[in-house]
Design a protein. Structure first.
Ligand code: B12
Ligand code: SF4
Length: 537
């Protein structure tokens, strides 16, 4: 089946071919490039893809992973932990000496750490620093003061072209997607077309030839054992129990939720198909290769925004190949729009053992605010479909957004009512709403005067700390054996009138603090309450 089936617009789109790889090839000795990932999870697919392309072009690449893992996995990061100790910075700098450039990837809530790293490395090494990833793409003007180059959007070809230019004559020239900085400002340039045929890209680099990882506050050589450890300790460890391999089988999403930066990113490419899928053959080949390098991988986690939004025939083809050649249990994220009984049949038969779906809210008003075109009845129908597979999959996770400043207590009570109608077993994962840069919801919040300081209210937002309001506490009860009907009853107006008050929140806050003092870090139950893993759709 042609690659265009799931995305018919591709047929009409005149695709600029990916540069032939010999065009992006280094002549002469191989300079080294340092690539740094500040994330808690060391998968860093984007950065590993860039590494593969640089290696393919003939460069040596040293990857440095800097998770502040023990703190992050507790979901308990104090704000000063968003900075690396000087000792760590010095070790990182040591490993970057002699690099042609230092590339760093980062998302919005890694802003503090990344800025700190950049400043230290630029001040002490004088090597150009290149920033890429979601945040520099969305906020170039803000990143420019602490970088030499910004990669806007996809970086595989752009980073390779930049490396070739710097290696040849030390000059950048005009490279599409690479914006140099001057006097702390980005020098804007053209963007290259999106990579339409994702099958042409190499697979993320895991060859471990020259990788380092932060273990507590020591930068050590990455070994197969450490890689296994970090892949096992990732965000769905409680579900998988094995080392798992994060994969992206597509790019983009066809929906336009107002809180999601996907919507902002796609606006940069108004005339191009944003949603692109890899072919099943290419996906299975990546898994096979990954298994050869990392035989300890016990499961696959498809982190796509739109894994299940493929059509049935494409999923069928994927499933047949997966069963034949990959054979590992797999997990995936899904939008509620894409889930049907037929697709669940196909995927569970192929090895799907877990699914995470974004419910987000039960309030029709908030659903409209989020511009999600889905009714509560449809959401319930989706959960019913998933429930039919409860003998074949682990309890699903449903994501719900809390602490939305636009919501009233009535909106949250509607979410309680919706959740009370979902058939058990399941696990509800709560995420505090983060008003990400360039999203429509942030704009609305700014218009309403709700954001006084982006750094503290957005970039340093403790995604894991949800307010201890009466209704949030009721929401938490869905993850306990308490009957849903009772929880729904407790969300009725008279109870809200009595308890949904500031005194309740203050008292609960105190109780939680005392509990922490006495019993230490929160257990899994509290983590569930505050949400410590990646949201789905
Ligand atoms: C996989 C994924 C995860 C995984 C793995 C993350 C990781 N460390 O690798 C997990 C599940 C762990 C995760 C967790 C989180 N995630 Co996440 N995640 C994603 C997801 C679905 C895919 C990311 C990806 O690999 N994309 C594919 C690659 C190819 O694209 P890319 O990363 O943008 O990289 C390309 C370019 O940006 C560029 N590039 C990137 N880095 C660099 C560096 C250089 C030097 C250069 C030149 C170029 C370059 O080149 C790459 C190739 O083209 C995205 C959504 C999305 N579709 O992108 C969300 C997303 C990145 N996650 C997001 C968030 C908020 C989180 C969490 C903070 C959520 C939470 N509360 O738990 C956590 C924290 C992360 C952590 N602790 O590591 C947000 C970030 C929003 C923002 N403005 O920053 C996103 C965009 C989701 C969303 N729509 O809101 N996530
Ligand atoms: S939240 Fe999910 S469904 Fe909505 S636009 Fe973002 S990626 Fe798409």
């Amino acid at each position: 089946m042609p690659r265009t089936e799931s995305c018919p617009e591709l047929a009409e789109w005149e695709i600029e071919p990916l540069m032939a790889s010999d065009e992006l090839q280094l002549a002469g000795p191989a300079p080294r490039i340092a690539l740094i990932s500040p994330y808690g999870d060391i998968s860093s697919v984007g950065l590993r893809l860039v590494a593969s392309c640089l290696k393919r072009a003939g460069f040596e690449v040293r990857m440095i992973f800097l998770p502040i893992s023990s703190l992050e996995s507790r979901g308990d990061v104090p704000s000063d932990a968003y900075f690396y100790p000087k000792r760590v910075l010095e070790q990182v700098a040591q490993q970057c000496i002699g690099s042609l450039f230092i590339g760093i990837s980062f998302m919005t809530n890694y802003y503090d750490r990344t800025r700190q790293l950049c400043r230290f490395l630029r001040d002490n090494l004088g090597i150009p620093v290149v920033l890429g990833g979601v945040h520099p793409t969305l906020m170039p003007q803000e990143c420019a003061p602490f970088a030499d180059y910004l990669c806007i959007g996809e970086g595989e070809e752009a980073a390779t072209e930049l490396a070739l230019h710097l290696a040849q004559d030390g000059e950048c020239g005009q490279i599409k997607n690479i914006w140099p900085t001057s006097d702390g400002l980005p020098v804007r340039g053209p963007l290259r077309p999106l990579v339409h045929n994702l099958d042409l890209l190499p697979f993320p680099d895991y060859d471990l030839l020259d990788d380092y990882v932060l273990l507590e506050d020591e930068l050590v050589r990455m070994t197969p054992d450490l890689l296994r450890f970090f892949l096992r300790e990732g965000p769905v460890k409680s579900v998988t129990g094995t080392a798992y391999y994060i994969m992206l089988t597509s790019r983009g999403c066809k929906f336009n939720c107002t809180y999601c930066c996907n919507t902002a990113l796609k606006k940069k490419y108004p005339n191009q198909p944003w949603l692109r899928y890899r072919s099943p053959e290419n996906i299975v080949e990546e898994i096979t290769k990954a298994g050869e390098i990392m035989p300890f991988i016990g499961s696959i986690f498809f982190c796509d925004d739109s894994f299940l939004d493929r059509n049935v025939s494409e999923l069928d083809r994927f499933a047949a190949l997966y069963k034949e050649r990959a054979k590992l249990p797999f997990f995936c994220l899904g939008t509620p729009y894409g889930i049907t009984q037929e697709k669940m049949e196909i995927l569970t038969d192929a090895g799907m053992r877990y699914i995470q779906v974004g419910i987000q809210t039960g309030s029709p008003r908030t659903t409209r605010l989020y511009r999600r075109d889905i009714s509560n009845d449809k959401l319930l129908a989706v959960t019913d479909v998933i429930h039919k597979f409860s003998d074949r999959i682990l309890p699903p996770r449903y994501d719900v957004i809390v602490d939305n400043p636009f919501e009233t207590s009535r909106d949250v009570a509607e979410t309680v009512r919706l959740l009370s109608r979902i058939k058990r077993p399941y696990f509800i994962q709560y995420f505090c709403l983060t008003l990400l840069p360039e999203t429509e919801l942030l704009r609305l919040a700014q218009e309403d005067g709700l954001i006084a300081d982006m750094i503290t209210q957005v970039y340093r937002k403790q995604l894991f700390y949800k307010r201890k309001t009466y209704l949030n506490c009721l929401l938490y009860l869905f993850n306990t054996p308490i009957p849903p009907v009772l929880i729904r009853y407790l969300a009725a107006r008279p109870f809200r009138f009595l308890f949904d008050r500031r005194w309740f929140e203050l008292t609960m806050g105190l109780v939680v603090r005392v509990r922490k003092r006495i019993f230490g870090a929160p257990g899994e139950g509290i983590k569930g309450l505050v949400g410590s893993r990646s949201p789905s759709h």
